[in-house]
Design a protein around this ligand. Structure first.
Ligand SMILES: Cc1cc2nc3c(=O)[nH]c(=O)nc-3n(C[C@H](O)[C@H](O)[C@H](O)COP(=O)(O)OP(=O)(O)OC[C@H]3O[C@@H](n4cnc5c(N)ncnc54)[C@H](O)[C@@H]3O)c2cc1C
Length: 472
């Protein structure tokens, strides 16, 4: 089977469009966290939607499973070819055309392989912003960002990726193309297929292009770094900032001292803007799309009252763009920097915001009793309730011994998350990593509906099989 299908794919795609294992496939097979070995039958790289559709039809004919892939920056093993069966990675990396920027409808239509950075740069060049901020923007693609419904730093104000979707173009499992590219803001004609595909992690269709809603570029931006005593103080500050600065609040990021320690050890250069011994830190960004000079004094006044009321022990407002970029560099280095501490067990969770301080206190108390010396590195988007509840191995415990505790630690974290109405997958998705847990924690009616949707759109089970849902 494999040779026959590869011959047909080679005819369709040409030299550049089909890479075989005899070539270097590491870029497509590398899994970001190194948790999964990925081995593909081959990598197909169609250059346009028509070729992609033809490719999918050939795979359907030969019953060859496909793994859609964008920038391969996903963190749950969703873009991995499992290696224990023949699977074709379908990379969108040659489909990078910006098709249309329409200022009147404030929309951008582009192919799925465009990186998020290319999309935000194109929008900015025309005076618009695509308000989706991820540290992986230079590699993550529009297709991947939509397939995972990515979140990021600005979700508190602008929502996740799905909030930006006006229309999609996609190829279904039998090779049919659906052209749903539209900049209409109102369209209630039938089920919303675009929103069904957003967040489906390549299991229902391959997204080939999208029309995204844009906003005006901000005309005032202010950023502050704050030192605090506790997550409880951070929550009080969040309430205060919301009350005084309203919808200008664009990011509210919580970080513990441990995260800063890792980052400062890891970076060649870098200085904590406030006392690095402070137990907790918050990065706030506010912006306004209207011109003026009122945002900075409003932020300063808010922070002064927070200092007076002892919610905050120190505060620095960025003097300009360079310092702002440095603040964000520190924040966005946390994930990588954790490597200096050894193995980290990571949990991308969502919680009701009001419950976060108590969750952190009680859950960490329990884990510290279970694994003395464990180094919690709990950081994230406090403003939208999404924490990266990451736990780094104790200095005196081997990596293997810490890994051996993973199942027990996960059990305790996720049990608490579910008990207070949180989610086991906030912004990274399910992929392979959280599949079994979804199976156990989703309501039976929801799980059944998901399986029926999968069965009806992909009856042969060829699109990213085994991701999100277990294949029996
Ligand atoms: C340093 C770093 C920071 C990150 N920060 C964030 C963050 O702040 N917020 C956040 O949400 N995520 C974050 N991520 C995770 C990741 O960047 C996002 O999930 C991103 O959306 C993945 O895009 P990608 O193009 O790399 O997709 P891939 O990794 O290639 O694929 C991810 C999933 O989408 C599917 N897929 C990819 N392209 C398509 C397509 N065209 N059609 C259908 N399915 C497709 C794949 O099959 C897979 O299931 C971060 C990752 C890293 C490494």
């Amino acid at each position: 089977m494999s040779q026959a299908v590869l011959t047909r794919l080679r005819e369709l795609l040409g030299e550049q469009g089909l890479l075989l294992p005899s070539e270097d496939l590491s870029r497509y097979e590398r899994e970001w966290r190194g948790r999964y070995a990925s081995r593909a039958l081959a990598v197909a790289r169609p250059a346009d939607t028509r070729t992609l559709a033809r490719l999918v039809a050939i795979c359907a004919e030969h019953r060859l499973p496909m793994v859609p892939q964008g920038g391969n920056t996903g963190l749950v093993g969703g873009a991995v070819a499992r290696g224990d069966r023949a699977e074709l990675i379908v990379s969108l990396d040659r489909m990078r055309r910006l098709r249309r920027l329409d200022p009147d409808s404030a929309s951008l239509t582009l192919e799925a392989g465009c990186t998020l950075k290319a999309a935000t740069d194109a929008a900015a060049a025309a005076g618009f912003r695509l308000p989706l901020a991820l540290a992986s923007a230079g590699s993550a693609t529009i297709g991947g960002v939509l397939a995972t419904n990515a979140g990021g730093n600005e979700t508190i104000r602008f929502g996740n990726a799905r909030a930006m979707v006006l229309g999609l173009e996609a190829v279904f499992a039998d090779g049919q193309v659906w052209n749903g590219l539209s900049a209409l803001r109102k369209d209630n004609a039938g089920y919303n297929l675009a929103q069904l595909l957003v967040g489906s992690e390549g299991t229902l269709a391959i997204i080939s292009a999208a029309t995204l809603a844009l906003r005006p570029l901000p005309r005032q931006v202010e950023t502050a770094w704050l030192a605090l005593l506790s997550p409880r103080a951070a929550l009080a500050l969040l309430r205060r900032v919301r009350a005084t600065l309203g919808e200008t609040l664009t990011a509210f990021e919580l970080m513990p001292r441990q995260a800063l320690e890792f980052v400062l050890d890891y970076l060649d250069s870098g200085q904590c803007p406030v006392d690095r011994q402070s137990p907790w830190h918050v990065l706030i960004e506010c912006d306004s799309e209207t011109a003026g000079e009122w945002l900075r004094p409003a932020l300063v006044e808010t922070l002064e009252t927070a200092l007076e009321s002892a919610e905050v022990s120190d505060a620095v407002v960025a003097a300009g763009g360079m310092q702002r970029a440095e603040f964000w560099r520190l924040r966005e280095s946390i994930s990588d920097a954790q490597r200096v501490g050894g193995v980290s067990l990571k949990h991308d969770i969502s919680l009701p915001t009001a419950a976060i301080p108590e969750f952190i206190e009680t859950c960490l108390g329990e884990l510290e009793a279970l694994v003395p010396g464990i180094r919690p590195c709990v950081f994230g988007h406090l403003g939208d309730g999404n924490l990266h509840f990451n736990l780094t191995q104790p200095e005196r415990l081997s990596a293997a011994a810490f890994r051996a505790l993973e199942a027990e630690i996960n059990e305790r974290v996720f049990a608490r998350v579910l008990a207070i109405g949180g989610s086991i997958a906030a912004e990274h998705g399910i992929g392979l990593l959280r599949r079994e847990r979804l199976g156990e924690s989703a309501q039976p009616a929801a799980l059944e509906a998901m399986k029926r949707i999968k069965q009806s759109l992909d009856p042969l089970g060829l699109l990213n099989p085994g991701k999100v849902l277990r294949v029996d």
